[in-house]
Structure formats: C-alpha cells, structure tokens
Write a protein that binds this ligand. Sequence first.
Ligand code: AMP
Ligand code: GLY
Length: 425
Amino acid sequence: MNVLLIGGGGREHAIAWKLAQSKNLGKLYITPGNAGTARCGENVPIAASDVGKLVEFARQNKVGIVIVGPEDPLAAGVVDQMEKSGIKAFGPSAGAAQLEADKAFAKQLMRASAISTAEGRIFARFSDAKAYIASRDKAVVVKAAGLAQGKGVIICDDPADGILAAEKILVDKIFGSAGDKIVVEDKLLGEEASILAFVDGRNIYVMESSQDHKPIGDGDTGPNTGGMGAYSPAPVVTEEMMDRITREILVPVVDGMNRNGTPYKGVLYAGLMITGAGPRVLEFNVRFGDPETQPILARLKSDLLEVCLAVCDGRLDEVTLRWDERPAVCVVMASGGYPGDYQKGKIITGLEQAEQLEDVVVFHAGTKKQNGDIVTNGGRVLGVTALSHTIADAKTRAYEAVGKIKFEGAYWRKDIADKAIKLTK
Ligand code: AMP
Ligand code: GLY
C-alpha cells in the first residue's frame, strides 16, 4: 500500500522509519520531509499547509492512507478533504482538531465532561481578564486560545505579570489572531507527563508513557521550545496512575467528543501535570507529540501501518501493541540561538559514526541535503535516540552518540532524563 506522510520534523522521521519496517508498505511519500525521511521514502516538495495540492498528489499516486504529522493541516481540514475524495486519512477532522486548535473549546469540553484540569476562565476582553486575574491574586498561566506553535503559553508567578501577559496577547496581539481569546488558569505544581493514545472514535489504545523537556535550558530554565528531549516510559506514570488517566481523562474526552458531534480519530495526546491530588490536563494535542514520538516509536515493536489502518477503519480492538521493555532517551540537538533567531545551512558531520553505536537511531528534524552534504535547516536539527536496559544507560548511550555529531553552533541540554533517573533510584 502506498502511504503519504505529511510533515517534515523529527516526529515525521520517526514515523517514516517505523512505516518503512512495515511488511505491507508500498511506496512512502513524505511532504515535504527532511534529509532523514529521504532515507525511508521519497520526499515531495509540497508544503504541509497546501491541502489542495496534497489531495491531488494522493489521488494521482494511488495513496492508500494519508498520515498527518502536524496540527496545522489537521485544523485546516486535510482529513475531511482527503475523505471527501475517497482517500483514507489518519488523524482527526477539522471539527475534532479544535481540541488542540482552540483551547477555549478544550476547556469547555473538559468542564462538560468533568475532566480534571486547572481552574480557569476564557476571555475575549482585556478588561474582564484583568479584573479576574486581580481578583485571584495568585500565580496564573495565560494562554492564547489558538495555535501558536507551542509558544502561546505564558507562566506568571506574579498576578501583575499575568495582567501584562493578557494585555500583550489580547491587545498587542503578539500571537496574532491566535490570541483573539485567552484562557487564564491557575498554575499547577507537579511532574509533567505526555500520554499518547490511538483512538478510532470508540476504542482507545494507550501507548507507553513519555516525558518532554520544554524549556531550552538545563534544570528547566529559560523560554519554552518545541521540546528539547524526551524519554519513555515516564516513571511518574505508574500502572495505577495510567489506569486513573484512562478512566478519568481519556475515556471521558472520547465520550465527550462523540456527544459533541465531533468524534475523535487518530492520536490523542494528553499533556498532564501529575499533582499530589492526581492527574490534571494542561492541554490536548490532536497528533503525535514531538519529540515524544521519537523514543515512543523507537520502542514500538508492532506494525505502525497496520495500527493506523485499524484506527481509520474503526477496528482498533483487533490490533495489539507490543513494546520493547527497554527505556529510550532522545536528546534534541538544536541550532545555536533557538528558540530565538538562528542560522541555517551548517554542515553536519559524524552522523554515521553516531548511528554505528548499538541501539542508537538519529532522527532528523531540521535537516536537508545540499551539494552532497547534510546541512541544518531548522531550529531543532536532530533527535538522537538510544535504547538500553536502564534509563540511565540509555541516557549515557544517547549522549555518547551526540558527542560524535558536529555542526557549528550545535546546542543541546545536558540533563535529559535526569528526572526519571532520580525517580527510579
Ligand atoms: P501547553 O502548550 O498548554 O501544554 O503549555 C506549555 C507548557 O506550559 C506546559 O508543558 C507546561 O510546562 C506549562 N503549563 C501549561 N499550563 C500550565 C499550568 N496550568 N500550570 C503549570 N504549568 C503549565
Ligand atoms: N512535545 C510537545 C508537543 O508535541 O506539542
């Protein structure tokens, strides 16, 4: 079967790498892809946002299933358009993608379904937001309701800063129309975890847990990024905690989406704070997380194409997910300056030496081929991923591989997985 994979980050390289292992894969096309996905299939230069061209390409190339990586094409209705043309597509409809694309929608759905999340309110007018924040008089988190590339969240320990953040988003429009509405919520304390599940509208199949590292600096300092590294499993998510997450969060959200007339299909990602009082939802994403997908898929033993088809056909109960018991750690190597300005086009060396290490796979994110070299082409450049029998050993192995890779200005966090290592001691 021919497959079209939409996207071009580390997540998409991990998906392409896994799909390439499927016995039923025909041709794999990736739009637009990167230098890593080019090793798993054929990159096609169509932007992930060009829905019309993507549908035309899928039709002309006898694509049996389209798998969508990023949120923007999902929110733009790529799945609806593919299905209208009779092409199977893995991911939620535009209506269901609101769960990520509109944080106000997500907050209302959680309220209606009695799902535990931070106490919060939705505002379109600055004066109302200001009065609310002043009346709470505690640390708040101010979030642009729309899609803002993971950057639309401002954590404010002082309410005065919360009022300033609300003004910047609602009045100064620092996130454009993504900030036409904001969610203001209480700041939660605890350990974060990412729970990803396959959902076929009815059945839910939870994957192994993982944890991201959002801030740029060691010890979780500095501004947030798309994610600087991840590991799987997350020890904070014990078996008992996973049962609670399934019962108290995943089942009610899938039911709530059905009641709302926007049934959910694809990967459902719950970003959680594990607090002393139990799991609380920080956000939902409507797709595989990045970088979490890199260590998760490195551990998946089952055929990913088969699982994606089962999701589209509403028969997720017929497949089983088998996992490598060993933990995986993924360290993101980024361009110097990211998440601010950075340069592109730096030659990357040492990739082969890194991949020669046992149980190491180097997923590409912002890379491309140029005059026979592989060069940097984005903020997050590589996700160096290693498996081993302990999480501490997987960390050592991942950093050993990182040490072999060179490009000018390369930056990476030095403490990926330390939280997990501390918890498992
Ligand atoms: P989001 O995009 O909503 O996941 O927010 C990005 C990051 O901000 C999360 O991964 C958390 O680290 C942090 N965050 C979001 N909401 C809260 C909250 N209510 N309390 C504490 N931290 C939060
Ligand atoms: N790693 C967070 C995200 O994918 O949004």
